[in-house]
Design a protein around this ligand. Structure first.
Ligand SMILES: *Cc1c(COP(=O)(O)O)cnc(C)c1O
Length: 368
């Protein structure tokens, strides 16, 4: 028998979460962001659930090739654009749209021989200071691009640094608006947090939702601004369940310790279960005692240190749980109970994104 750990990708949940993005920005077209192998879910496995998107946004040319191989004929956007001149040939061959965020990429385009002009997204650095032209240089870049026969339509684009946090989007939106006021073309501004929190309605909301939104984390069922709002509050469903089984039970006496370093000691008689999941499966080693976990769909906590192949859980709330009992590390249990990856991530001092992306290759994954 294989080791009892598995991940499940929920096609219906992906489709539901994608519909949530559409509801939040009803007049926009929706890129399903599938970079990092669909945030760890697997592009091929997520594809059926996300096929209702208007396009797929990603980073790697081989990911773009995979999406084409799956039969996708619609738009594909390279979010970091091209890295070297050769990439433009693949853009022509696979009909990829690509981000232009610095002058060297315009140089490459100017030197590129193509029959069909390419669609580009011109990125502004409106305050995040990662990729893009600064507002005062944006128009010049636009003018240069629009003079190239290699370039078809230019979409105006930026990315928010704190759409999920206290700063919000106002200052960056102002900078973007001011620098693009007289420029024609479609716009694309919003990630999941901006889409859920600020899109919709008239005025600012309409600007934030125009014309292409780029939801990533929300389509996988994780809340972009947890813990301010949890996934249930945004009506998002987990797209990945990581589950395992109990492979041993221990009855601890008061004072007995568990795991490497003996970090946890029972202060009273305590029944614990040993779970076939560890950091080599992608579960965070830094998750401390008290991290939430479901056993037979009942909420309990981890105790002691996470090791490579195992972790241990408190069975007090589930006294009947025995060998082979179902353990849900995150996602949905057989009884329907949900443990959001966001709660586990928070306990481990990180975000749901990191845990989803870190699912280890040794974990078998199936699609439901
Ligand atoms: C990753 C990414 C997104 C999606 O962000 P989420 O927070 O996952 O919704 C959108 N736009 C760009 C440019 C990105 O790199």
């Amino acid at each position: 028998m294989p080791r009892p750990i598995a991940a499940t990708i929920h096609t219906e949940a992906l489709a539901h979460n994608l519909r949530r993005a559409r509801q939040a920005a009803p007049n926009a077209r929706v890129w399903a962001v599938v970079k990092a192998n669909a945030y760890g879910h697997g592009i091929a496995r997520a594809y059926a659930g996300l096929a209702g998107a208007d396009g797929f946004a990603l980073l790697d040319l081989d990911e773009a090739q995979r999406v084409r191989d799956l039969g996708w004929r619609g738009p594909i956007l390279l979010l970091e654009g091209c890295f070297e001149p050769r990439d433009l040939e693949l853009c022509s061959r696979l009909d990829l749209w690509h981000v232009v965020h610095h002058d060297a990429q315009i140089d490459m385009l100017a030197a590129h021989k193509t029959h069909a002009p390419q669609r580009v997204f011109l990125k502004m650095n409106s305050g995040m200071n990662r990729l893009g032209f600064r507002p005062q240089h944006y128009r010049a870049a636009w003018q240069r691009l629009s003079g190239l026969t290699q370039v078809d339509e230019i979409t105006l684009m930026t990315h928010f640094a704190d759409a999920d946090g206290a700063a919000g989007v106002a200052a960056q939106l102002d900078a973007f608006e001011a620098a693009t006021r007289e420029l024609p073309g479609e716009r694309s501004l919003s990630n999941s947090a901006a889409t859920l929190r600020f899109a919709g309605g008239e005025g600012e909301g309409a600007k934030i939702a125009a014309d292409w939104v780029r939801p990533g984390i929300m389509v996988y069922g994780s809340s972009p601004d947890h813990p301010a709002h949890d996934a249930a509050r945004w009506d998002l469903q987990p797209a990945m369940t990581l589950s395992a089984k109990l492979i041993a039970i221990q009855d601890l006496q008061p004072g007995e310790r568990v795991g490497y370093g003996g970090h946890f000691a029972a202060d009273a008689p305590l029944r614990i279960g040993v779970v076939a999941c560890g950091y080599a499966d992608g579960y965070p080693r830094v998750a401390p005692t008290g991290t939430p976990v479901l056993v037979n769909g009942v909420r309990t906590r981890t105790v002691g240190r996470v090791s490579m192949d195992m972790l241990t859980v408190d069975l007090t709330p589930v006294p009947d749980a025995g060998l082979a009992a179902e353990v849900t590390l995150w996602g949905r249990a057989a009884n329907g109970a949900v443990l959001s990856v966001d709660e586990v991530a928070r306990s481990a001092g990180t975000v749901g994104y990191e845990l989803l992306c870190a699912l280890a290759p040794r974990v078998p994954v199936s699609v439901a």
